[in-house]
Design a protein around this ligand. Structure first.
Ligand code: GDP
Ligand code: IMO
Ligand code: MG
Length: 420
């Protein structure tokens, strides 16, 4: 039995939560492999919207196992809050959710350090979600992390104090005002919530279940263009968001990977700083933001909007080994007379397709396609989609060489068209 991966091909917020929830019935296990509470995965059913940060998007399906893998960084305070807002009893949740003992914890000091680093950078700040992601992964790589499996140790509080003292020492250099008590109480309460869950070596669990015939979907967070190695460094997150990250973040062999579902919006958005060649700082960008309700699921910040970027999509497909494309938010594009798609870049009089490693400023070269006017949110049959949307889909398939097998036409799990 193979393991499938679903991940974002752009700058995050492609609609991963919605689609993972929609396809969860096909799987037995849904597992997050990287990122942490910087993620905001929205899904909707029965007219209710849920936003998940740490918990995999299969959680609302009974009889599915949800796993927070070793590659994720967990903030216990965020975890507790999320558990309380799901609307499901804890006794039910402990059956559905299992946590890796190897997952690193985000400590109160990490959140403060994240803010202090951003504060010190002035105009060059990353635009972090300020959830402590960068400092938590920094400590992990520096071999100074505190892990979920350690919360049951009798000397846990002493371990915590050692880590805190180290963070306070670093903070002395930053002249940054903070209130530790704001985070600490909630954090320790969150530790108590975590203790109610099974914290195990999930790599054994996953491999045993898969060997026994269970199907697993690995759910990515963020997107390829925010990957620590392949994104627009330094304006990236601190983990490997690409398909390779699923192997290290869950303990699975690349040989066990089956499909790699690459999800992208019919246009582009980005939240936070960093290059965005097709960004529209005009009324078209405003229109995409308003119609698409493009405001961050985690921070509420307005998302920057722009046309689809094919060279970036091709890059993401190459790095991830995408086998199938899923396109979301096609409904948001209804009503444009013309739609632009970036098909290459130029700088001076040189035209090219590669994304420069140093984020050198590039200008998009556009191809124009005719838009469609119909409201498509009630369509469930691919063949009934407007002709010009089908042409848009065909154009993207021709440009990337990968089939688009799922089209999303609204935020609800039902507003999903599987192409047969
Ligand atoms: P994620 O981080 O990739 O899970 O995406 P987010 O949840 O942060 O952002 C996607 C937003 O678009 C959410 O508000 C979703 O409810 C919404 N959404 C997802 N798919 C569609 C779609 O096809 N059409 C529309 N209009 N909204 C969608
Ligand atoms: P989901 O999973 C969109 C962005 C931040 C910032 C940069 C670094 O919902 O798609 P970090 O807090 O990780 O240090 O921030 O990455 N970012 C996201 N943008 N969606 C996300 O997650 C993001 N997670 C982080 O805005 O630019
Ligand atoms: Mg999101």
């Amino acid at each position: 039995m193979k393991i499938d991966i679903l991940l974002g091909l752009q700058w995050g917020d492609e609609g991963k939560g919605k689609i993972v929830d929609a396809i969860s019935p096909d799987y037995d296990i849904i597992a997050r492999f990287q990122g942490g509470p910087n993620a905001g995965h929205s899904l909707e059913f029965n007219n209710v919207k849920h936003v998940l940060h740490l918990i995999p998007s299969g959680i609302f399906h009974k009889d599915k196992i949800n796993i927070i893998g070793n590659g994720v960084v967990i903030d216990p305070a965020v975890f507790k809050k999320e558990i309380e807002t799901l609307g499901l009893p804890v006794e039910e949740l402990v059956k559905r959710l299992i946590i890796s003992a190897r997952a690193n914890l985000i400590l109160p000091g990490h959140r403060i350090l994240d803010a202090a680093y951003e504060f010190s950078m002035g105009n060059t700040k990353i635009g972090s979600t300020l959830k402590g992601i960068g400092p938590a992964y920094t400590d992990k790589i520096a071999r100074k992390g505190l892990r979920a499996g350690e919360i049951l140790r009798s000397d846990f509080n002493d371990l915590y104090t050692c880590h805190l003292n180290e963070h306070l020492m670093i903070l002395k250099n930053y002249g940054f005002k903070y209130d530790l008590s704001e985070y600490e109480a909630g954090w320790f309460e969150g530790i108590e919530t975590l203790k109610k869950f099974r914290i195990v070596n999930t790599e054994y669990l996953i491999n045993d279940l898969v060997a026994g015939g269970k199907k697993m979907l690995a759910e990515g967070a963020q997107g390829t263009m925010l990957d620590i190695d392949f994104g627009s460094y330094p304006y990236v997150t601190s983990s490997n968001t690409v398909s390779a990250g699923a192997c290290t973040g869950l303990g699975i062999s690349p040989k066990k990977v089956g499909e790699v579902f690459g999800i992208f919006k019919a246009y582009c958005t980005r939240v936070g700083s960093g290059p965005f060649p097709t960004e529209l700082n005009d009324s078209t960008g405003d229109r995409l933001r308003d119609t698409g309700r493009e405001y961050g699921s985690t921070t509420g910040r307005p998302r920057r909007c722009g046309w689809l970027d094919i060279p970036a999509l091709r890059y993401a497909i190459m790095i991830n080994g995408v086998t199938k494309l899923f396109m979301t938010k096609s409904d948001v594009m209804s009503g444009f007379t013309e739609i632009k798609v970036c098909t290459s870049y130029k700088s001076g009089n040189k035209e090219f397709n590669e994304i420069p490693f140093d984020n050198m400023k590039v200008e998009p070269v556009y191809t124009e396609l005719p838009g469609w006017q119909e409201d498509i949110s009630n369509i469930r049959d691919f063949e009934k989609l407007p002709l010009n949307l089908k042409k848009y889909i065909k154009f993207i398939e021709d440009q990337t060489g990968i089939p688009i097998t799922l089209v999303s036409v609204g935020p609800d799990r039902e507003e999903t068209i599987l192409r047969v």
